[in-house]
Design a protein around this ligand. Structure first.
Ligand code: ADP
Ligand code: MG
Length: 818
């Protein structure tokens, strides 16, 4: 059987004649094609033709959502295809098509090559992209045609408001279509410029382009132009000053009369050039992008087809289409992120068996009884959740969220003790050395209440009476001397150490364990999915507990940490008071100092956090030293001050911390980087300089350093001349105590990028998705879970494109170790 190409050819020709309005066939071209293609496919014999056929999406065509320009391109490509399918007819056909082909200007020759090119070809295959232009795009991260299609404008100018000249009003973005009466080069402010007078049936208006004499030649008298821009008043008359312009012709408008994209640029790339190029690329390529979403899912969620979403993200028909395009593209990002995270979790859980622990009730009970306090119901609940996980053969992957001061460390210690009681090693990792040291101190304090400390080699403590053998805890950080460090590492490898405490370098720098059974990671947001994978790939498949005091909104947590189960300590230990928070105006600085002094006089202690100068520790350290000297000499000469900054050695830091904790110091002056997690119950005042420059979550962390004892505590915020957002933050932190609520506000104010560097967490980039868009997050997540349940490895029919896309977005295993 051979295909009857005639009906389709006729329809396409008619479609061309009618101006690509999808009016050539009743019910629309897509419906016709669906029927036609279903029959035609059987008679295509060569793989090349089949391939060609699929590239054109004849079965699954999407003509209705293409722009006029895209339709033109597509019709041309299909006609070419038809000519190939029936070579005999083709000669006749091509002869007949010749007039059309000659009018379809761009890419007329390219169609045959197109079959061998794909959207993953380098951009140099595009006509008009030279090597040097490609180099400029490379600088923006654009290498392939796909990159170009996903090279979205950062915003659009709304030039869609078309007016007649008599309707023009000052100050607004407006568009006119007019005739050029006259255009000439003139001097404006001594510079060669262009002046034109254009008119429509309602009047004339003057247009000037500063510093651009060349336009005069392009705007011949009587040409039709579209002008978009702001109108100002000059000598009482309207004038367009350096507006966008283009000639009215056959082609779609690119720079005027519509929503016009503004692209990120780099040196040597110009807005008009990039827009024109992008328009061509989109018209030719966007509809060739294969939609990887299964169509039922796409339709069920009411999402635009991918080609159409890509087009409208660049050249939207209107605001509504632009919004729909964003939704589709954002959905893709979140959905793929979710699928990737889910499959990572499955890999971990299924690749190797974990190490199921047994409960060891007596050890645990003795430990809990030895504490100076009772666990809160929330701590007990979370501990139960952990213990249940630890007894399963599947390794635990759990995120523990808990407000500052909610008591996560003691819960983690109990879990580490379980590992040791089961003959496994435990690792406890913190983001900074000072925190690692503090965890070491805390864990040792807890353990010394149950057991008897035997050995103390500084960084290595050993306790008897807890397990049937001595329990050893070691601190492994950068600044112990090399010989001792190597000794420690050897003992870890030999399995002589039960609990190792250190920074993330513990796993990143390749410390070898004898039998790692549990890894606890504190402050997860610097420890992303990539690092977690790395941990899994260490030859063990340990239980992993990730702890964070940054209260991430639940949906966000489930998206970014979908590979983890979630536990929340949503309750503070009893007796914690609300930290009274006040934003002091610059004039109130002295009364703030006086207040601090009164607190110290009554036996309390205070923190003073120095301004956030720059991300450089050296510069921050210097600023802190200056501040410290000023405060010691001028403000509090009679009080005992200490200084803490990131440039001090661990020993020095430790010394200062010890002195502060033991009450030998009244005030600790500190840079912002070193404070997180420090615990001094007698401290009741937190004074933060340049408070407007910190994020809400960070301010909340600072504030959490006080109010840890029984005394009423205070947080004072100083700000010089806060920005609008800075003011909002200060207002909010004054009023809101709840960490989760603050995190939501923070997310709203700062946007997800800053709130949560997705880049450094090892997740795929989010260009379109806003993490504050909760409904879309939830939709993407529930769809991902649904799909994952029916086809986790994505090998069912209809899912192979999706599998390919997922593999593309998530780096392959092994490539993650960085
Ligand atoms: P975070 O969750 O911020 O890491 P910590 O674990 O540092 O909190 O606990 C804060 C303080 O509260 C510590 O001094 C700890 O000993 C104490 N603490 C923990 N749990 C309780 C509790 N149930 N009752 C009273 N104090 C507790
Ligand atoms: Mg902590």
């Amino acid at each position: 059987m051979s295909i009857n190409v005639e009906p389709l050819r006729k329809i396409l020709e008619l479609e061309h004649q009618k101006g690509y309005l999808d009016s050539a066939v009743i019910g629309g071209l897509d419906r016709f094609l669906c029927h036609w293609a279903g029959q035609a496919i059987d008679s295509l014999t060569t793989p090349r033709l089949l391939n060609y056929f699929h590239k054109l999406h004849l079965v699954n065509s999407n003509y209705a959502s293409l722009t006029k320009q895209q339709r033109k391109q597509w019709v041309k490509a299909v006609l070419d295809f038809l000519a190939e399918v029936e070579p005999g007819e083709g000669e006749r056909g091509e002869a007949r098509l010749a007039p059309i082909a000659s009018r379809l200007s761009s890419g007329a020759k390219g169609q045959r090559i197109m079959v061998n090119q794909s959207i993953d070809s380098p951009i140099t295959v595009i006509r008009g992209i030279s090597l040097s232009l490609a180099a400029k795009f490379n600088r923006l991260g654009v290498k392939t045609i796909r990159d170009l299609l996903y090279f979205f404008p950062h915003r659009h100018l709304d030039y869609s408001q078309r007016k007649s000249i008599s309707q023009l009003t000052e100050g607004e973005e407006q568009t006119i279509i007019a005739n050029v009466w006259q255009a000439q080069e003139i001097k404006l402010g001594g510079r060669r410029s262009t002046e034109a007078i254009v008119g429509d049936e309602t009047g004339n208006v003057r247009v000037v382009w500063f510093n651009n004499p060349y336009l005069a030649k392009k705007l011949a008298t009587n040409t039709r132009v579209v002008i978009s821009g702001r109108v100002s008043l000059f000598n009482g008359r309207h004038v367009f000053e350096s507006p966008e312009w283009e000639l009215v012709g056959d082609e779609d408008l690119i720079h005027t009369g519509r929503l016009v994209p503004l692209y990120p640029l780099t040196r040597g790339l110009h807005p008009r050039q990039v827009r024109k190029l992008m328009k061509g690329v989109i018209d030719q390529w966007a509809w060739q992008v294969e939609d990887f979403l299964p169509s039922e899912l796409r339709d069920g969620c009411n999402l635009l087809p991918l080609p159409s979403a890509i087009s409208h993200a660049h050249y939207p028909e209107d605001e509504a289409m632009k919004a729909e395009a964003r939704v589709r593209l954002a959905f893709d990002e979140l959905f793929l992120l979710q699928l990737g995270v889910l499959s990572k979790k499955r890999d971990w859980q299924e690749s190797q068996p974990g190490s199921p622990f047994t409960a060891k009730k007596p050890v645990l009970d003795t430990f809990l009884k030895s504490l100076l306090f009772e666990l809160t119901p929330a701590q007990l609940r979370v501990l139960d959740e952990l213990l249940a996980d630890l007894q399963k053969p599947r390794p635990m992957s759990r995120l523990l969220q808990g407000e500052v001061g909610s008591g996560k460390t003691v819960v983690a210690t109990a879990a580490l003790l379980m590992a040791a009681a089961n003959g496994y090693q435990g690792a406890f990792m913190a983001p900074t050395e000072i925190l690692a040291e503090q965890h070491f101190t805390t864990v040792c304090q807890f353990l010394s209440r149950v057991g008897h400390q035997e050995g103390d080699e500084g960084y290595l403590h050993s306790y008897s009476g807890i397990l049937s053998r001595p329990l050893t805890v070691a601190l492994l950080i950068g600044d112990i001397n090399l010989v001792r460090k190597q000794k420690l590492q050897q003992r870890i490898l030999d399995g002589e150490i039960d609990i190792v405490i250190g920074t993330h370098a513990l796993i990143q720098k390749g410390v070898e364990f004898h039998r790692l059974g549990l890894a606890v990671v504190d402050e997860q947001h610097r420890f992303g999915v990539t690092q977690r994978s790395a941990l899994r790939q260490k030859g063990f498949n340990p239980h992993v507990l990730v702890m964070t005091a940054t209260p991430i909104p639940r949906t966000l947590a489930l998206t970014l940490y979908g590979d983890l189960d979630l536990s929340v300590i949503d309750q503070l230990p009893p007796g914690r008071q609300v930290v009274k928070t006040k934003w002091l105006k610059p004039g109130q600085r002295d009364s703030g100092y006086a207040f601090l002094r009164r607190q110290v006089a009554s036996g309390r202690q205070a923190f003073i956090i120095c301004p956030l100068v720059e991300e450089s520790e050296a510069i921050q350290a210097r600023a802190a030293i200056t501040e410290y000297e000023h405060l010691s000499k001028e403000v509090f000469p009679d009080l005992r001050l200490g200084l803490l900054h990131g440039r001090m050695s661990a020993v020095e830091k430790d010394k200062v911390m010890r002195r502060f904790r033991s009450g030998e110091l009244d005030i600790l002056v500190s840079t912002p980087v070193v404070e997180v997690g420090i615990d001094v119950p007698n401290a009741t005042v937190m004074l933060i300089e340049s408070a407007d420059r910190f994020g809400l979550s960070q301010l909340h962390q600072f504030r959490g350093r006080v109010g840890r004892g029984q005394e009423q505590s205070y947080c004072m915020l100083l700000a010089h001349s806060p920005s609008e957002v800075g003011r909002q933050r200060l207002d909010i932190i004054e009023k809101i105590q709840d960490g989760f609520q603050l995190a939501e506000e923070d997310l709203r104010l700062r946007g997800p990028g800053e709130f949560f560097g997705t880049r450094q967490s090892g997740l795929p980039d989010l260009k379109m998705a806003k993490l504050s868009d909760v409904p879309l997050l939830e939709l993407a997540r529930s769809e991902a879970i649904k799909l994952f349940q029916i086809d986790p490895s994505l090998d069912k029919p209809g899912h192979h494109l999706l599998a390919g896309e997922l593999a593309r977005v998530w780096p392959a295993k092994g490539a993650e170790w960085s």
